[in-house]
Design a protein around this ligand. Structure first.
Ligand code: V47
Ligand code: SF4
Length: 382
């Protein structure tokens, strides 16, 4: 039973947020218009105070992280021309296009520190030659070599693609992948569900409803998953809230989501960035912290709000630990998707670096497994 939330009105300078603070204290659900008001206010500290109080009631001072290794097996993608925010995808004959052979996947996995790594996070493009056989062989091979390593793989969009190219239903595809070793699914591919925004930034991609349906089907089969929202491009506050409402509704129904991760849009080397005339990091620290805090406050049925330090920098992620965040994307080895899009952060963080970051925020680091079971606890900084 989470402890009651107590707020200090002196820390909320925008008094128009007091009715939201009342709801937070009563443990009452926020509406989408409350969420819009939270996004619209300049009172970041007030919003952060509320999100921090809710997070402390749920998670205390604990901050979790998992030692994971990202593997991106193919960047060939049939949506390369219509996902205008993506810098990673290539057409099959385009310079830089690649699809790993199984040997290359295993070689990449072998570069991992496999005594530390607990999770392979595997995502890639919608490649016509990467169907069910490709992924079932990959997962079986990885499980054979690293039986203790959890496989978190394939976004809802990739699952639907694998089903289509393999002429199977989504359900049969999920069952076959699960039998081959798939443990959970990552949250990518969500972008923003609003049909208008999707038509602008990710035309022809699985719709919001379809994304939700794939996750629902996965949850029904016992495959838990994460969910995301890509913010900081053309979406409105109302679009963000409609998106979060769909995630909250599915969570009410299945309870299958493990974590929510807002993803900050990066504008380098993609068509959308050129159209918006943006260079460098598009989102501000203000917006990054707001998205995390609003996620914490609105998604009252989620235990875990994760900050992806690769996208928002370790500095913002550290501050976010006081804005509702209780989980950090872990010791990532060799990340490609955001580095193609202009992320200037390191591609990995060592265990020591992540401990230092969490302790620097006066929090207690906890190494977790992919289901948020505690593996190791560490002393907080004095
Ligand atoms: O769906 C692509 C995003 C996602 C860009 O579930 C971009 O634990 C910013 O979902 N700027 C894939 N974002 C990554 C993802 C993820 C990452 C970490 C942890 C988890 C998890 C999931 O990356 C895509 C898309 O929304 N993306 N291009 C870009 N230019
Ligand atoms: Fe393909 Fe995903 Fe990039 Fe869209 S975001 S082009 S689906 S790799």
């Amino acid at each position: 039973m989470p402890t009651a939330v107590q707020l200090d009105r002196a820390l909320i300078s925008d008094s128009s947020l007091y009715h939201i603070a009342d709801k937070v204290e009563r443990g009452e659900r926020l509406s989408t218009s409350d969420g819009v008001a939270l996004f619209a206010t300049g009172d970041l500290v007030g919003v952060g105070h509320m999100a921090d109080a809710v997070n402390r009631a749920k998670n205390g001072d604990r901050v979790t992280f998992a030692a994971n290794h990202h593997i991106n097996p193919t960047n060939i993608c049939i949506l390369r021309k219509t996902c205008v925010f993506c810098s990673y995808a290539r057409l099959p004959k385009e310079e830089g296009a690649y699809r790993y052979t199984m040997e290359q996947v295993y070689a990449e996995a072998a570069t991992s520190n496999t005594t530390l790594t607990r999770e392979f996070h595997i995502v890639g493009g919608l490649d016509m030659h990467a169907g069910l056989d490709y992924y079932t062989e990959m997962f079986r091979g990885l499980k054979e070599r690293y039986p203790h390593v959890h496989i978190k793989a394939l976004t809802a969009v990739e699952i639907a693609h694998v089903a289509r190219v393999s002429k199977r239903s989504v359900r049969d595809t999920l069952i076959a992948l699960r039998d081959a070793g798939l443990d959970t699914m990552p949250g990518g591919g969500a972008e923003v569900f609003s049909p208008g925004v999707r038509a602008t930034i990710a035309d022809k991609k699985l719709s919001g409803e379809e994304y939700i349906n794939v996750h629902r089907e996965a949850h029904e089969l016992g495959i838990r998953s994460n969910c995301t929202m890509l913010y900081g491009h053309v979406e409105t506050y109302e679009d963000r809230m409609a998106h979060l409402a769909m995630l909250r509704d599915l969570q009410d129904e299945t309870g299958g989501f493990l974590a929510y991760i807002p993803l900050a849009y990066h504008p380098d080397n993609n068509e959308l960035g050129e159209t918006l005339h943006r260079e460098g990091t598009a989102t501000s620290g203000f917006d990054d912290l707001k998205n995390l805090a609003v996620g914490r406050l609105f998604l009252d049925n989620f235990d875990h709000i994760k900050s992806h330090w690769i996208m928002v920098t370790p500095f913002v992620s550290q501050v976010a630990l006081h804005f509702g965040v209780n989980d950090l994307e872990g010791t990532v080895v060799r990340e490609k998707i955001y580095h193609e899009a202009g992320a200037h952060t390191e591609q990995r963080m060592t265990l020591e670096q992540i401990l230092k970051l969490i302790r620097g925020a006066k929090k207690a680091p906890v190494e977790r497994d992919s289901f948020y079971n505690v593996l190791r606890t560490f002393e907080a900084a004095a």
